[in-house]
Write a protein that binds this ligand. Structure first.
Ligand SMILES: [Mn+2]
Length: 361
């Protein structure tokens, strides 16, 4: 596996590239032009500037997360072709500078959803929390307003242009079904994937987060059956998955079984753990297998069994050692770095066993 780390860009991330460089094993930066509205073509100048900045620190730029899909594409409106053309142009420009994988998602309206960003844990750390009962009696706009109050940065998925149209967007989705979303996803892929094949840039869809419908909106990338259906919409290695153990772990998915089934189509992996409760709530926990509901060790063993050569990053972490005062929710430095050491520890041990070396005790 190739270890990487998500970074939000200069002036937009309190974690600096030189600090990330000090985490053992990190080879690449997972990046994006976060201020770029969905549907616009990314400027070549800005792409090159970002590439230069990241490569100067000795990282590769192979993975972009995300190039956001315009809502009109998900809705299947007449205007979608224009936005798909723009998407394709951005992909071509990214391929030209050497980007290998683009992570994206196809969730209506929201990118990801939680009900609390700083839920306190017993040990004094805090983490992103999802309380199922809270979702049923709050308007989406009220939820976002409540959550954004304590956050000074723009969070991916909650961009101002997206939020300003929240009510109208919800109206457009009235009567919209999961089958409509499948159809529109297929239309998008049938146009985009041939270009990816030609320019050698792979698409990896991120599972829906959480992996069940919320606010009456359909969600489809939520389990093994649907992931297999998705991969068959356009049966090409360029139409792949950004497997996220945290998103799939928000409901009762057997993630090692999913990896067994589709490992050759996984281009990028987010590894994190979540602790699920019987009432449907979940909280993001440390990466350690026994701290959450996802058996992270078994996930890593399964990847190793299939000789996974693709990209990996730790996903959200808890906020520890007081970093909630300055870090982006879920994207502090410390717990993600600890997560990397856990993942690489498990991986190196498997490698050592495979090589028949003596494992030091
Ligand atoms: Mn993820």
């Amino acid at each position: 596996m190739k270890m990487s780390f998500r970074w939000y860009g200069e002036g937009n991330d309190e974690v600096s590239l030189p600090f990330i460089k000090q985490i053992p094993g990190v080879e690449g930066i997972v990046w994006s032009l976060h201020d770029m509205p969905a549907g616009e073509v990314w400027s070549e100048e800005r792409i090159l500037a970002e590439k230069e900045l990241i490569e100067k620190q000795g990282f590769h730029i192979d993975v972009v997360e995300s190039v956001n899909v315009h809502e009109d594409i998900k809705l299947g409106l007449l205007s979608r072709d224009k936005y798909i053309d723009n998407y394709i142009e951005t992909l071509k420009r990214l391929a030209k500078v050497g980007v290998k994988v683009v992570c994206y998602n196809f969730m209506p309206v929201f990118d990801w959803t939680r009900t609390e960003l700083y839920k306190e844990m017993e040990d004094g750390s805090n983490a992103l929390f999802f309380e199922k009962s809270k979702i049923s009696d709050i308007e989406p706009i009220d939820l976002i307003e409540k959550l954004s109050k304590n956050v000074s940065v723009t969070m991916p998925g909650w961009e101002p242009e997206r939020l300003s149209q929240l009510k109208e967007t919800f109206k457009k989705y009235e009567g919209f079904t999961a089958e409509d979303l499948w159809e529109n996803l297929q239309y998008f892929l049938e146009r985009v994937i041939p270009v990816c094949e030609e320019h050698d840039i792979k698409m990896g869809i991120h599972p829906d987060d959480p992996a069940f419908p919320i606010f009456g909106l359909p969600r489809i990338i939520i389990n093994k059956e649907n992931i297999v259906r998705f991969l068959n919409l356009v049966d090409s290695p360029y139409n792949g998955l950004s497997l996220c153990t945290g998103s799939l772990g928000s409901s009762d998915n057997d993630i090692p079984d999913i990896i067994d089934e589709v490992h050759d189509r996984i281009h990028f992996i987010h590894i994190r753990n979540v602790k699920r409760f019987d009432n449907g709530d979940f909280i993001e926990s440390s990466h350690r297998a026994c701290d959450g509901s996802v058996d992270i060790i078994k996930v890593i063993q399964t990847l190793h069994k299939h000789d996974y050569q693709g990209y990996v990053r730790p996903d959200h972490g808890r906020h520890i050692w007081g970093e909630e005062k300055w870090a982006r929710p879920g994207y502090g430095l410390y717990d993600r770095a600890l997560g990397i050491m856990y993942i690489l520890g498990a991986w190196d041990n498997l490698q050592a066993q495979k090589n028949g070396e003596q494992v030091a005790i």
